[in-house]
Design a protein around this ligand. Sequence first.
Ligand code: ZN
Length: 175
Amino acid sequence: MPTESDESNHMGFLQLALAEAQKCIPTPTAFCVGAVLTVHYPADSKSVTLATGYSRELPGNTHAEANALAKARTMSKEQLKELIPTLPSDFTIDDVLSHADIYTTMEPCSVRTSGLAPCANAIIDARIRKCFVGVGEPDDFVNCEGAQKLKDAGIEVVWLKGLEGECLSAARKGH
Ligand SMILES: [Zn+2]
């Protein structure tokens, strides 16, 4: 069972993801989503923020989760080592990501019509441990099966309770 402080940690990181979602430039044809990648290395240590991302932050019709992953991959070894001093000397970014969790205001997408890879695939490829979700994706655009896709790949999906309304209204800003 998670302890009370774990619970408030999770909500704290979801709040951070929500703050990222608020940075999105709204568009009628897509959602505004925020994501936070956290890492705890070794596994029983406290989580720290590795990278953040929001919808369309990087050029193109990019998504929050994929952007957070892309930003983490551009970090230098020195930056990573400073953030996570417990890393072994021969670490790679893949080692770091395999100790990472992602918090997202909305269920990661499983279908993309734009030609970019769905976020669920990016999360699976990075071997992220757990995915904490603020709210399920409504079927405004496509039928999302992101959570199921992650579970099928062995990634734990945790639905956080309490900020569903905030996550949804942030997502639909501009609609
Ligand atoms: Zn996506």
